[in-house]
Design a protein around this ligand. Structure first.
Ligand code: ATP
Ligand code: MG
Length: 445
């Protein structure tokens, strides 16, 4: 039975430079239909019955071999996107760079890709002067598809026709050895798609794998190619790195490979200066994120970006306050500046960047609880995130215990107790409108 623990080593690595795949029959491996989602099995069987080749590939196979729960199931086939559309009513074709079919089953989406062929010979492709692939829609055979994938451990196929595993690139050995190896020449493959560097960091973190010898050096050499990647794609990668349950480890690997600055330059500058607060803050926030994910709780990109960018926002806000701004004004201005600069690197959709700023400015609002303020704050839809952010600051040692305890209690108790808590705050008289104007409070206060 072939599984993570007992995969057999090949006689000779060079065996894999020949094009004969290693095929492991069902009786000799541990990938079981019982562990594959019903939706993915439906797609595989429908394709197979219609006479197409149908394989589970990528993270689904890799993670099952490693005894992990796959995040999603990707399928590869020789059916073209148009044929897929005819075969599946619940199918949407997406993507320009890679044309893919998304087959919808309620909330679950099964990604189906047509086998890709080698580029450099036909329509449907596009390569920039730097060797970067712009479009990649040349179709090919199963074998060609295998060699076009990024890492050997991601190029294992589970054949629905006979439940065997197919390995062209030596992925099974690398799974056993815990090695992340680029398929083909690492330099060329990273130039084709610099995001593969972030994927390398991500899989090293997720799987706890070592990079193949020499890959670290190639990454150091080519890291600045990430500057050419569209910010929208980097947004997706950031979520994959930090919202999949291994965020803390992703952060460590990204820092270790000097890649973090290609996603968060402003934060990275502070870390390079030895800003221990920012490092501790990010680590704690990522530990909390991982814990939430593992206990099935939701996570929000707005909170993630608020945490990853808090260091620079806090820094700039402090300077602005020294120059005479109120804490709230300073956080508003710094928040706008830091987000504007961040958008040049990683796109943050407005539906997230607005709440991100709100989380920051709330840090000046949460201490001001007199009169109706506390109740009004609590009614705001994003109050919980603002409060959690305050707790996080307290968790890493800011002197906010009293304030945090107050807010925790205020949420737990009934109306009567709340009035008592507000009375105990003292100084409860709200300032008059005129007074407020002369204090030059910003709009919305
Ligand atoms: P997970 O879903 O657990 O994050 P995954 O390996 O399934 O990991 P996906 O991003 O879902 O990763 O991609 C599915 C598969 O598609 C990969 O396993 C790989 O074979 C191939 N792939 C994805 N992105 C690239 C890329 N940039 N270059 C080459 N192959 C890729
Ligand atoms: Mg996947």
């Amino acid at each position: 039975m072939l599984c993570y623990a007992d995969l057999k080593m090949p006689v000779n690595r060079q065996d894999y430079t020949i094009t004969k795949p290693r095929i492991i029959p069902r009786a000799e491996h541990c990938v079981s239909r019982g562990d594959i989602s019903e939706a993915a099995l439906k797609v595989l069987y429908r394709l197979h019955k219609a006479g197409y080749a149908a394989y589970l590939v990528g993270g689904g196979v890799r993670d099952l071999l490693l005894g992990k729960n796959p995040k999603d199931f990707d399928i590869a086939t020789d059916a073209t996107p148009e044929e897929l559309r005819k075969l599946f009513r619940n199918c949407r074709l997406i993507g320009r760079r890679f044309r893919l079919a998304h087959i919808h089953f309620g909330r679950e989406i099964i990604e189906v890709a047509t086998f890709r062929g080698p580029h450099g010979q036909g329509e449907g492709e596009g390569i920039s002067e730097e060797g970067m692939i712009l479009r990649d829609n040349v179709y090919g055979s199963l074998e060609e598809d295998a060699w076009r994938r990024d890492f050997t451990v991601n190029a294992l196929y589970y054949n629905i026709a006979d439940y065997s595993l197919v390995d062209y690139t030596g992925g099974l050995d690398d799974i056993q050895a815990g090695v992340l190896r680029v398929i083909g020449d690492a330099r060329t493959r990273i130039l084709e798609d610099p995001v593969r560097m972030l994927r390398a960091a991500r899989f090293a973190a997720k799987l706890n794998f070592q990079l193949e010898p020499g890959l670290r050096e190639v990454i150091h050499e080519l890291a600045d190619r990430l500057d050419d990647v569209p910010p929208a794609r980097l947004f997706d990668e950031v979520l994959k790195l930090f919202h999949a349950g291994y965020a803390q480890h992703s952060y460590e690997v990204l820092r270790d490979l000097d890649l973090f600055g290609y996603l968060f330059a402003q934060t990275d500058d502070l870390l390079a200066e030895g800003d221990a607060y920012t490092d501790a803050f990010i680590r704690q926030s990522l530990i909390n994120t991982d814990t939430r994910i593992h206990s099935g709780k939701g996570v929000n990109p707005a909170f993630l970006f608020a945490a990853l960018l808090w260091g620079p926002v806090r820094d700039e806000a402090q300077l602005l306050q020294e120059e005479g701004m109120t804490e709230l004004q300073a956080l508003q201005t710094a928040g706008n500046d830091i987000i504007a600069a961040q958008l040049e690197q990683v796109m943050i959709p407005k539906r997230f960047s607005f709440p991100t700023r709100e989380i920051w400015t709330s840090q000046a609002r949460l201490p001001r609880r007199n009169g109706k303020r506390a109740s009004r704050l609590m009614e705001q839809p994003r109050f919980r995130a603002c409060y959690d952010f305050l707790l996080l600051r307290c968790q890493i040692g800011e002197p906010l215990h009293e304030l945090c305890n107050w807010w925790t209690r205020f949420q737990e108790v009934g109306e009567e107790e709340r009035s008592i808590m507000l009375r105990q705050l003292g100084g409860g008289k709200p300032r008059s409108r005129r007074h407020r104007k002369s204090a030059k409070a910003p709009a919305g206060e």
